[in-house]
Design a protein around this ligand. Structure first.
Ligand code: SF4
Length: 305
């Protein structure tokens, strides 16, 4: 089997030639790349999925507070809020879950970089929110916290990973190279692809949803205040989760991305290459050099020995 591909078009050609599903191919490819048996790969996927679930529960059950107070229990506050403009369980949970996991990261907890630590809340946040609200009765394993998980859950995470592989090869997953479109933007594309899959859409539609989501993050600056992965990162995870839901809802309505996924990745690379260095994770531009951003940086310097 061919395990090298650079684009969705190439991936699709392999899947059709081999008559294999994308998630199944993703596991086989990982086994080939690592030299490990498929059972080990599946077990490792489950282990990492469990890490995301534990981070989610930690962030929801215990308000996360960082040293400088930039992170201060937003997930718990959002979950307990009496008023919400949009009263939809999937929507509320997607935002809360994405916040919760990323707050755990901001406070030094254990997460899975999916694809990076700064964007770690988006993929698991959206997938777990869907799972906890929409998978009821599917397999009798709803709300399980420990592996082994329902195979559909592992499939969704595997498809998200394959989406990330294409972005990594065609552009980048590093904010220092491509700005935040490469981190939160990429995570949004990965999550949209996975969520569309869970909704039962065909692969072409899944990648159209990914394209819709990624298009809406193109050009996003990486300007973390004081160089900490907190502002704007934590709340941006929730914003991109909302982006993902919009992309999948549009796709469910039959609305397609005019620009194919591979071309959006190409555009992302061009935009990333033309971003100034000051907004590529150097904390030398944008929000990082606002008066408040500078005050936070000075406060951090006073704390350091
Ligand atoms: S703003 Fe920069 S550090 Fe924060 S999540 Fe985005 S890419 Fe990562």
């Amino acid at each position: 089997m061919q395990y090298r591909f650079h684009t969705f078009v190439e991936l699709q050609a392999i899947l059709e030639a081999e008559s294999i599903s994308a998630p199944e191919y993703g596991i086989k490819r990982e086994a080939f790349m690592t030299g490990l048996p498929e059972e080990r790969i599946r077990a490792e996927f489950d282990r990492r999925i469990a890490v995301t679930r534990n981070a989610l529960l930690q962030g929801l059950e215990h308000p996360q507070h960082s040293r400088l107070g930039l992170t201060k229990g937003a997930a718990v506050a959002f979950t307990k809020a009496e008023r919400h403009l949009i009263r939809d369980d999937l929507f509320t949970r997607s935002l809360a879950y994405s916040l919760a996991i990323n707050e755990v990261n901001a406070c030094g907890g254990k997460v899975v970089a999916f694809p990076t630590a700064g964007s770690s809340g988006i993929v698991p946040g959206v997938i777990w929110a869907w799972w906890d609200t929409r998978s009821q009765g599917a397999s009798g394993t709803v709300r399980l916290n420990d592996p082994p998980y329902d195979p559909r859950l592992q499939d969704a995470f595997t498809l998200a990973s394959l989406t990330g592989v294409i972005i990594a090869q065609g552009a980048t997953l590093a904010g220092s190279e491509g700005g935040c479109q490469a981190e939160c933007g990429a995570a949004g594309a990965m999550a949209a692809c996975a969520l569309a899959y869970l909704e039962g859409l065909p692969l072409g539609a899944c990648f159209s949803a990914a394209a819709l989501s990624l298009k809406n993050s193109l050009g996003l600056a990486c300007d973390p205040v004081a160089g900490l992965v907190e502002v704007p990162c934590v709340k941006r995870n929730a914003f991109v989760a909302a982006n993902v839901l919009t992309a999948v809802d549009l796709t469910l309505s039959g609305i397609e991305s005019i620009i194919p996924f591979d071309e959006v990745v190409w555009a992302m690379k061009q935009i990333g290459d033309s971003l100034p260095a000051s907004i590529r994770e150097n904390a030398a531009g944008g929000l990082a050099i606002t008066p408040t951003g500078c005050m936070v940086k000075q406060a951090l310097e006073r704390l350091q020995p």
